[in-house]
Write a protein that binds this ligand. Structure first.
Ligand code: GLU
Length: 364
């Protein structure tokens, strides 16, 4: 099985000092090398760079500004990698560092290159340790959190499971005072999303359950099951990945999932705007498998270019229901929205009849 394991800051670093928990990383290396012996391929998405960087810096800098956060990430990242490397070496294993930024997922060539590198590493039993390249990511264009990054990695390399380690035993569902862990989720309902957004973040990392559930949605849409479990209980990992529903929470992937190129369109690329369509167009897109034409467009929002990913929403419900690669930029769309292709051809040259071709459109 191919498994992506996301290890968060709250597990990797000491609650009070922020220093890296070397003992834990050693146990993790042991567990992973045992899984490799059983022929599992493992990738780690590891947080902790910023907190560890700050904690290991002698100077007492309390600043939380972006430039310090980025500097701390640059200090913490090599510390994390050397700790992993020292731990894995004890079990005869090598690790490799991969730092990703959002644009890698936006540009198909970079994306395919990253995928090749990851595949080559895991095929050779080397454990990729992946993090966001925080020191160079710009704020408006980052992953936001490593749960999302881990889901995108899992989709990229066609993983079977995405395991998200957290510091609680799973996804708590129900009245907060009497909540219990739900061990198996067949489908992420609106109610589950509501509980997830009400759950608080665990402190040092950036994600509470909300980001974990939205990561599970990304993974699930592409056929990857997600497991949310207590990362401190490493002995449970072996059982949980074999779909034992007594510990943690297993969120099953959708039965009909997206092919690789479509999942890249739907989830890997950052959306640049929204095209609002009328009810008739939304029904045709949802039920008839057709392309989006200018005639059904009511409103265009955002600045985007040909080839960018945009959301498609219905003016009635205001909800996004699809995503796709647009053939036209927003300025051209403003001119042609609501018009039939034949009418548009009378006043301007258009290259394609479809604003978004069906092959580049995904219902979400
Ligand atoms: N990339 C950040 C770090 O390594 C953490 C992001 C997260 O925890 O979600 O510090």
């Amino acid at each position: 099985m191919r498994i992506v394991i996301k290890v968060g800051t709250s597990i990797l670093t000491d609650k009070n000092s922020g220093l890296l928990n070397k003992k834990y990383i050693l146990c993790l290396a042991k567990t992973i090398s045992e899984l490799q012996k059983d022929n599992h391929e493992i990738l780690i998405v590891s947080s902790g760079a910023v907190i560890a960087g700050r904690a290991h810096t002698d100077v007492n800098i309390k600043s939380k500004t972006l430039k310090y956060k980025q500097a701390f990430a640059a200090i913490g990242q090599p510390l994390i990698i050397s700790t992993y490397s020292n731990a894995f070496v004890k079990y005869g294993k090598m690790v490799a560092q991969i730092l990703l930024t959002r644009d890698v997922f936006n540009e198909r060539v970079k994306y395919l290159n990253a995928r090749n590198t990851l595949n080559t590493l895991i095929k050779n039993n080397i454990v990729p340790i992946i993090n966001e390249n925080d020191s160079v990511s710009i704020d408006e264009l980052n992953f936001g959190d490593n749960d999302t990054l881990a889901a995108l990695v899992a989709v990229t390399i066609n993983a079977d499971k995405l395991v998200i380690f957290t510091d609680v035993d799973g996804f708590y569902y129900g009245n907060l005072a009497r909540s219990s862990i739900i061990h198996k989720i067949e489908k992420i309902t609106e109610e589950i999303e509501k509980f997830a957004s009400e759950s608080s973040s665990s402190g040092k990392g950036t994600g509470g359950m909300k980001t974990k559930i939205s990561a599970a949605k990304i993974a699930g849409a592409s056929g990857v099951d997600t497991i949310i479990m207590n990362g401190l209980k490493l002995s449970l990992l072996k059982n949980i990945i074999m779909d034992n529903y007594h510990e943690g929470t297993i969120i099953k992937a959708q039965k009909q999932f997206l092919e690789a190129k479509k999942s890249w369109i739907a989830y890997s690329k950052k959306t640049k705007g929204t095209i609002y369509v009328d009810k008739k167009a939304s029904e045709i897109l949802l039920n008839k498998g057709k392309s989006l034409l200018a005639v059904g467009i009511i409103k265009v929002q955002g600045n985007f270019q040909r080839g960018d990913t945009v959301n498609i929403a219905c003016t009635d419900t205001k909800k996004d229901f699809a995503r796709g690669l647009t053939n036209y930029d927003n300025v051209t769309l403003e001119k042609i929205k609501g018009k039939k292709s034949t009418d548009i051809k009378n006043f301007m040259n258009i290259i394609e009849d479809e604003v978004i071709h069906r092959n580049k459109l995904v219902l979400i």
